[in-house]
Design a protein around this ligand. Structure first.
Ligand code: TMP
Length: 219
């Protein structure tokens, strides 16, 4: 596993960069909404955003990435499109907010690309990491919450939403299981930044653990 030049959980600046990761249907959106609302009630200067997307240009890139008709997309094309989305999002949204001392909550970031493209698509960790570190000037989140669930539970949740699956969701279960394992490996290698939470627990309980960690960092 390549070295990461991280800000890490110990770096208490005024700004705070929080990311949520996990397979489809792991409950990231619910947790992000709960955390965002909680921090707003605490009068914290906070924004919630997401990848792919989060900017006008990014939403266009997202549309291309998730279009189920683009089955022929090469893993390299996919990797650089996620990176292009990240570049726009990073310089338009994330960096200005952190520079202004805000708390930024982001649904997915570099760990998604490491797990989905680096491992499950077999593009390779080092290439993905070099490309993304070049884009973000080596910036990693202060803390990353991994909502860990077996993919079959995530898939069940997706099916309950009753909309058709996008290009990534439509991948085989084995692909998503590889993503889950890749996340677990990343969490093991970078424990200074990762917090692994059991995504099958009640949302209120998960939120409680999230708040415990975030409160520590807010000081
Ligand atoms: P979402 O459903 O969480 O909005 O994410 C859209 C899909 O994009 C999801 O299947 C995960 C995938 N993804 C990657 O494969 N690589 C990435 O770098 C990111 C940010 C997302």
């Amino acid at each position: 596993m390549p070295e990461q030049n991280q800000r890490g959980k110990g770096s208490k600046g005024k700004s705070l960069f929080i990311t949520f990761e996990g397979v489809e249907g792991s409950g990231k959106t619910t947790q992000i909404n709960m955390l965002h609302a909680h921090l707003l009630r605490m009068k914290v200067d906070v924004i919630a955003t997401h990848e792919p997307g989060g900017t006008l240009i990014g939403e266009e890139i997202r549309r291309v990435l998730l279009d189920p008709t683009f089955k022929q997309m090469h893993p390299m094309t996919e990797t650089v499109l996620y990176a292009a989305d990240r570049a726009q999002h990073f310089y338009e949204v994330i960096k200005p907010a952190l520079d202004a001392g805000k708390v930024v909550i982001c649904d997915r970031f570099i760990d998604s690309t490491l797990a989905y493209q680096g491992v499950a698509r077999r593009v390779g960790m080092e290439g993905v990491q070099n490309l993304n570190e070049w884009i973000t000037d080596d910036l990693y989140p202060d803390i990353t919450f991994l909502l860990d669930i077996p993919y079959r539970i995530g898939l069940k949740r997706l099916q309950e939403r009753k909309r058709s699956l996008d290009r990534m969701e439509d991948e085989e279960s084995s692909f998503h299981e590889q993503v889950r394992e890749a996340y677990q490996t990343l969490a093991k290698f970078y424990p200074q930044r990762f917090v692994v939470l059991n995504g099958t627990e009640k949302p209120e309980n998960i939120h409680h653990y999230v708040m415990q960690e975030v409160t520590k960092l807010l000081g």
